[in-house]
Design a binder for this molecule. Sequence first.
Ligand SMILES: Nc1ncnc2c1ncn2[C@@H]1O[C@H](COP(=O)(O)OP(=O)(O)OP(=O)(O)O)[C@@H](O)[C@H]1O
Ligand SMILES: [Mg+2]
Length: 280
Amino acid sequence: MVFYSTTGFPENTIPVTTLIQRSNCILAENLTFRYPERSKPALGSVSFGISSGERVTLMGPNGCGKSTLAKLLAGLIAPTSGVLQIFGQDLQAASASYRRADKVGIVFQSPDDQMVASTVEREIAFGLENMGIESGLIRAKVDALMDGFDLRKFARRSPHHLSGGEKQRVALASVLVMEPKLLILDEVTSLLDPVGRSDVLNMISKLKSEITVFLITQFPKEALIGGRLMIMSRGQIIADASPEDVFMESAIQKQSDIGVPLVYRLLKEAECSQDPSFRK
Ligand SMILES: Nc1ncnc2c1ncn2[C@@H]1O[C@H](COP(=O)(O)OP(=O)(O)OP(=O)(O)O)[C@@H](O)[C@H]1O
Ligand SMILES: [Mg+2]
């Protein structure tokens, strides 16, 4: 497995388990999850750590366990075994109310599933209204997010009457209004057309640097927005390194069947053409 080496720690001198344990946002050790009606676990023994402010992308084939991991990180399901700590809190032991806490935000593939209000501004305000926040403060936060996500013109429209990309921007704004420290994005661009996709990606790349982003995607290009790419296959993490290292490693692509951005395909071809054994 290719391992990620956190900057600041000299490579090969500190064991990987120590690097994982130093991660202050997510710490997963031998984490497993099995759906009750299934005999095999959806997630094998997974160990990794993520520090605050990191941008991490996760890729892998259909059914390999990506969304299961996302739901575990968001506290929507509890681990079957192993350790899972989010900001130092043990999710295995945490109460259901903690698991719904607002430190972690999650946005799914299909924004319709997350829409509950009759207008865009009510949708964005919904979480804060539920917490009983003072209305003036809610107004200010909702307005700031509508401006940031270019949604002001839709304020009084039903979210259901927007395009896919616009809806996904509303879904992102309504999660960000809660000021999560960890944002999990599960294939948020996969149902969008190229314009919607690039709009949403643009919004993600402009997020405040202190927000930790865990982005699941099927598009290799999206992996380049983060400094770190994890690859999952059959419930296991088989690579965890910089996108450059992962995309240049043919063995990983064979095992996981992920696509490779054009620039790395060209680089690999150039490398191969300089290798004399390749020309026979
Ligand atoms: N609610 C569920 N009950 C039982 N099995 C489930 C459930 N959800 C997912 N699974 C199974 O768990 C495994 C992992 O599914 P998961 O949705 O985590 O994969 P994924 O990598 O997100 O796939 P995709 O790329 O299609 O989104 C699959 O075998 C799937 O069939
Ligand atoms: Mg999924």
